[in-house]
Design a binder for this molecule. Structure first.
Ligand code: SF4
Length: 495
C-alpha cells in the first residue's frame, strides 16, 4: 500500500495524493487558531474545507483534532508535500518518520525559479511570467504570445462605469453575481464550534461571521471556476483595477481562496481560461489578465517567499515603525470618515476579502503613507483575508505594497493620492473630503498623506528616476508647511 500522506489544510486537492486510494492523515489544531487573531470567516473557511475533505476521504482518512501537530504525527512513517511556510517545513523536517516531497500546487519548480533568479538584481514579475508562459505553452501561438502581445495591462485599467442616466441605483458592471456555495451541516458544526471556542475565551477573532462565500470542496471549487468562466471572465480584464462602493466582488473570480486551499491546481485554471479564449468566450485581454495573476503573480510571490530567504520578511527599508492603530487592526469601519477606507474596511470586516486594488491602493497605500510597521501589516493581511497565507503576503506586502525591501521587486513605491482613487472608483463623490484638497477641513487624507510621505522620504527616493516628477511637484507646493503640520496633528486618529 502507498505511504500514508499527511495533508496540511492548504493541500486539500487530489493533486496532493499519488493515488486515488492513498491513506491520508489530516490534522486539526485548535491551538493554531488560538495563537493569533484570524478573521472569523477565514477560520470558518479553513475548518470547513478541512472537515469536508476528511468526510470525503472517510475510511481511508485518519482525522485527528489535537493541540499540536507533533501529537498527531508522532514518529510514524508519513510523506508530506513541501509545506507552504518556513515554520511548517521546519516542523516536518524535525519529525523522524516524515519524508518531505517536492512542493505541489504551483506551476514553476523551485529549481527552475532559482536558475532564473540567480545573479539577477531586480526580480521582475514580467520576466518570470513570460518564461513560464513559454515553458508551459500557455496562450502561445507558436513562438509568439496569443493576441500579439505579452501584456494587456493598458487595456485592463478602465475606471468603473458611471451611473447610467435615467437609471436609479448605484453603478454596476452588469455581470451576474458570483457563484455562492450552499452551506451544509459541516458548516453548521464549524459555526457552533467557533462560537463555543470564542465563548470559552480560547480564541478571539476579528471581523464578523457571515455566510460562507468561498468554495470549500473540490466540487464547489470546480463549480465556482465554471461559473466564473461562463459569466464573469469576459468583464474581468478591463475592470480588474476598478472599485465600486456598492459591489465588492465586481467581476473577480474569488478563486484565490480555493487555489490557496489547494482545491484547484493553478494549471487547470489557466488551461480552462485559455480554452475559453480559444473558444471565443472571452477576449484575450481578459484571459491574459487571469493567466498573469495565476501563472505569473501567484507563482512569483510563492517563489520569492523561499528564494529571498528568512530575513526578507523583516525588511524595513523606509524605517516604518508605527504600530497599526486599533481602529484599523480591528476593522472598525464605522470610526472612519474617509469613504474609500471606511468602505473597504467594512467589506473586509463583512467578508474577509476585498480585491487586489483595495488591498494595494487603499489599505496598503494608507499604511505606507502613515509609516506603519511592514511586518505587523503583513501579519494583519495574513490573518484578515480568507486567501491570506504567510507565503502570499510577504512579497505582496513587504515588497510590493510597502517598498520595504529597497525596491527588489518593484521600481517605485505604490503611493498614490486621492486622484488615483477618484479615477478608479466611485468613492469620492459623497465623501466628506475632496480628493484634490490638500489642506483644511476637506483635505483628502490620501492626498495629504501622499505629499507627507514624499516629503518624509525625499532622501531615499531622490535617486529613483520614476520619482523625479512627483518630487518636483513636492518642491512646488506652496502649502507644504501647513500640510505637514496638519498631518502631524492628525496622528494616528482615524481619517
Ligand atoms: Fe477616499 Fe479622499 Fe476620495 Fe474621500 S476624497 S473617498 S478619502 S480618496
Amino acid at each position: 500500500p502507498a505511504e500514508r500522506r499527511w495533508l496540511f489544510a492548504d493541500q486539500l486537492g487530489p493533486h496532493f495524493l499519488d493515488t486515488d486510494d492513498q491513506p491520508v492523515l489530516l490534522v486539526q489544531s485548535r491551538r493554531a487558531f488560538a495563537r493569533r487573531r484570524f478573521h472569523r470567516q477565514k477560520a470558518h473557511l479553513v475548518l470547513s474545507a478541512l472537515r469536508h475533505r476528511a468526510a470525503e476521504l472517510s475510511d481511508r482518512c485518519e482525522f485527528r483534532a489535537v493541540d499540536r501537530y507533533t501529537d498527531a504525527a508522532g514518529d510514524r512513517a508519513l510523506t508530506v508535500c513541501h509545506p507552504t511556510t518556513r515554520g511548517a517545513l521546519a516542523l516536518v523536517q524535525r519529525l523522524p518518520g516524515v519524508q518531505v516531497l517536492p512542493a505541489r500546487g504551483f506551476v514553476t519548480g523551485m529549481a527552475d525559479f532559482a536558475a532564473w533568479a540567480d545573479g539577477r538584481g531586480r526580480l521582475l514579475m514580467e520576466d518570470h511570467y513570460r518564461i513560464a508562459r513559454r515553458r508551459q505553452g500557455v496562450l502561445m501561438d507558436g513562438d509568439e504570445p496569443a493576441g500579439g502581445r505579452w501584456n494587456f495591462d493598458a487595456d485592463n485599467r478602465e475606471p468603473p462605469p458611471k451611473p447610467r442616466r435615467g437609471r436609479s441605483g448605484p453603478p454596476t458592471l452588469g455581470v451576474p453575481e458570483p457563484w455562492w456555495p450552499q452551506e451544509d451541516e459541516i458548516d453548521e458544526q464549524v459555526r457552533r464550534d467557533l462560537d463555543r471556542w470564542e465563548r470559552d475565551g480560547d480564541v478571539r477573532f476579528v471581523g464578523r461571521d457571515g455566510p460562507r462565500r468561498f468554495a470549500a470542496t473540490r466540487h464547489e471549487a470546480l463549480q465556482a471556476l465554471e461559473h466564473f468562466v461562463a459569466h464573469r471572465l469576459a468583464a474581468f480584464g478591463r475592470y480588474e483595477d476598478a472599485m465600486l462602493a456598492d459591489d465588492a466582488w465586481m467581476a473577480h473570480s474569488l478563486l484565490s481562496a480555493p487555489l490557496n486551499l489547494g482545491l484547484l491546481d493553478p494549471l487547470e485554471v489557466v488551461h480552462r481560461v485559455e480554452d475559453a479564449y480559444r473558444g471565443g468566450q472571452a477576449p484575450i485581454a481578459a484571459a491574459e489578465a487571469v493567466v498573469r495573476q495565476i501563472l505569473g503573480w501567484r507563482d512569483y510571490v510563492w517563489h520569492l517567499y523561499w528564494y529571498l530567504g528568512p530575513d526578507y520578511p523583516a525588511g524595513n527599508g523606509l524605517r516604518a515603525r508605527r504600530g497599526l492603530p486599533d481602529w484599523f487592526a480591528e476593522l472598525d469601519a464605522d470610526a472612519v470618515q474617509a469613504r474609500c477606507l471606511s468602505g473597504v474596511l467594512a467589506d473586509l470586516r463583512d467578508h474577509g476579502w476585498v480585491h487586489h486594488i483595495p488591498r494595494l491602493m487603499v489599505l496598503g497605500n494608507f499604511a505606507l503613507q502613515q509609516g506603519w510597521d511592514p511586518a505587523e501589516l503583513t501579519d494583519w493581511f495574513h490573518r484578515c483575508f480568507v486567501d491570506g497565507y504567510e507565503w502570499v503576503m510577504v512579497a505582496n506586502v513587504v515588497g510590493m505594497s510597502q517598498f520595504a525591501d529597497g525596491g527588489r521587486i518593484t521600481t517605485k513605491p505604490y503611493a498614490a493620492g486621492g486622484a488615483y482613487i477618484n479615477r478608479m472608483s466611485d468613492y469620492c463623490g459623497p465623501c466628506a473630503y475632496r480628493p484634490t484638497v490638500r489642506v483644511g477641513e476637506q483635505a483628502c487624507p490620501f492626498t495629504a498623506g501622499y505629499w507627507n510621505f514624499l516629503h518624509r522620504h525625499r532622501g531615499e527616493l531622490s535617486g529613483n528616476h520614476r520619482m523625479a516628477q512627483p518630487l518636483r511637484g513636492l518642491d512646488r507646493l506652496a502649502d507644504l508647511d501647513a500640510l505637514l503640520d496638519q498631518e502631524r496633528r492628525r496622528g494616528t486618529d482615524p481619517p
